[in-house]
Ligand binder design. Structure first.
Ligand code: 2HG
Ligand code: ZN
Length: 466
């Protein structure tokens, strides 16, 4: 028999100060949702632990009284991983937001999971160092959520994913036990590295309660080149040419619809006199103008081969930032359409085949549904956002989008790619997990889930069903 909210709250206020247990409707709506906006939040309450001991006490209670838990960070996820729609207790990490320790000799920082990604990046900068994971929502997302979803972003080409910067994690598992994994070591050949199981596990095995992250040296004098291209194939052709001689920090692309929506919603000035079907944004370090000379030669080569039609290069930091806004402003500029999102990847060598297959799929479906294409082409990751025409009925739109998504996933599967490159599986991609993982692997995933969370209280229903 399930307990009432009051009965559960009465127990919670014995382990947390009552002011850190919230049941007001506004709080439930705010903390129970994420940016996926796919369903109505309906959590039973929100709690704000401050210490690892308090997190353990909450997990113990959930085990004893059998209620489900959902972790909550900056709630910027796009797959419904932090959505609490089934009377779960939301555990917000907002009050566990401290940077605890920095060690110069190790280049390591120890922090709590609720530290906002931007704050961590600023802290690295204040030490003359660099935390390289970067994406549009760094101002709201929290580092615990980044780790739980193995966040990617715009610098993966040079610096890898969040996973590559995590040198230690403390987690409270579904049984309430505390595990101290890897403790910041660079070398540690002592068997299974559970740290990597928790990275990307979307809160289904346990809660991340402390992190040890590595910083690196900052890149110098970044320059940004923006190019207008006439076809989808040109995007990968330009990438191949730029990769020949430059160690890029980012290679992004976006379609003209994306550009138009950003120009309109952010009231920006188009740096080109014409519209092009696609745009490529290339970022590289430019020490003493050496790389800029190479980039200009590569750009000429693109023009001569008719892969690029026009290009502009940033003259200063402010302009580089402005060029980035065309790319990073896309998600926000189309948010009012509540787009149907896909986030797929394949190996770089397969991206030309993927993009030409994608073009064919999109041409086969309702031409009124606009497809906004963009993403991190340099690492093989493409975002596809489908926009609902105003006159189209919601249900009809969703059904058509599902059919399009399934054809895209077939294509991804045939190329050995992933149906979720960086946004996670959460709720929205769960029905499609078998396109990227085979049955045997999913069986082992279920086994791992049962081991760390025997009572299925940690973010149940997300990623896999038992
Ligand atoms: C980005 O690359 C984010 O801007 C969001 O991953 C992508 O909105 C999206 O589909
Ligand atoms: Zn992205």
């Amino acid at each position: 028999m399930s307990l009432t909210t009051k009965e559960i709250v009465d127990q919670l206020v014995k382990v947390l100060e009552p002011s850190r247990v919230k049941i007001h409707t506004d709080d439930l709506q705010f903390y129970g949702n994420d940016w996926s906006n796919i369903d109505k939040p309906n959590p039973l309450a929100i709690v704000f632990p401050k210490t690892i001991k308090e997190v353990q006490a909450i997990v113990d209670l959930a085990n004893r009284l059998s209620f489900p838990l959902v972790p909550s960070g900056g709630r910027t996820g796009l797959s419904g991983g932090a959505l609490a729609k089934d009377r779960e207790l939301v555990v917000s990490f907002d009050r566990m937001n401290k940077i605890l320790e920095f060690n110069k000799a190790d280049n390591l920082v120890i922090c709590q999971p609720g530290v906002v990604t931007r704050a961590l990046k600023d802290f690295a900068e204040s030490k003359g160092l660099f935390y390289p994971v970067d994406f549009a929502s760094v101002g709201s997302s929290q580092i615990g959520g980044n780790v739980a979803t193995n966040a990617g972003g715009v610098n993966v080409l040079r610096y890898g994913m969040t996973r590559d910067w995590i040198k230690g994690i403390k987690v409270v598992t579904g049984t309430g036990e505390l595990l101290d994994l890897n403790r910041g070591l660079k070398k540690n050949a002592t068997g299974f590295d559970f740290r990597h199981l928790f990275i990307g596990s979307e809160g289904t095995l346990g809660f991340i309660v402390e992190l040890t992250l590595e910083f690196t040296n900052p890149p110098k004098d970044l320059n940004v080149m923006l190019m207008g291209l006439n076809s989808i194939e040109n995007t990968t052709q330009v990438l191949a040419i730029f990769k020949e001689r430059l160690d890029l920090t980012a290679f992004e692309f976006f379609s003209d619809i994306a550009m138009q929506k950003v120009l309109e919603s952010k009231k920006l000035r188009n740096p080109f006199n014409h519209s092009y079907r696609f745009y490529a944004l290339v970022e590289f370090e430019n020490n003493y103008d050496e790389q800029l000379i190479v980039a200009s030669e590569l750009f000429e080569k693109c023009i001569d081969s008719e892969y690029a039609a026009e290009g502009v290069v940033s003259q200063n930091k402010r302009q580089a930032r402005e060029f980035w806004e065309f790319r990073e402003g896309i998600t926000e500029s189309i948010a009012s359409y509540t787009p149907f999102k896909s986030d797929v990847s394949c190996r770089i060598s397969q991206t030309p085949a993927f993009l030409s297959g994608l073009d064919k799929i999109l041409n086969r479906f309702n031409p009124k549904i606009e497809a906004v294409l963009f993403g991190h082409l340099g690492d093989g990751n493409v975002h596809i956002n489908l926009l609902k025409p105003i006159q189209m009925d919601n249900e009809e739109f969703r059904e058509e989008c599902k059919m399009i998504a399934e054809r895209i996933f077939d294509l991804v599967k045939s190329l050995g790619g992933s149906i979720s490159a960086e946004h996670g599986i959460g709720l929205t991609k769960k029905p499609y997990l078998n396109y990227s993982r085979d049955e045997a692997e999913i069986k082992y995933m279920r086994g791992v889930k049962r081991l760390f969370d025997p009572k299925n209280i940690m973010n149940p229903g997300k990623l896999i069903d038992l």
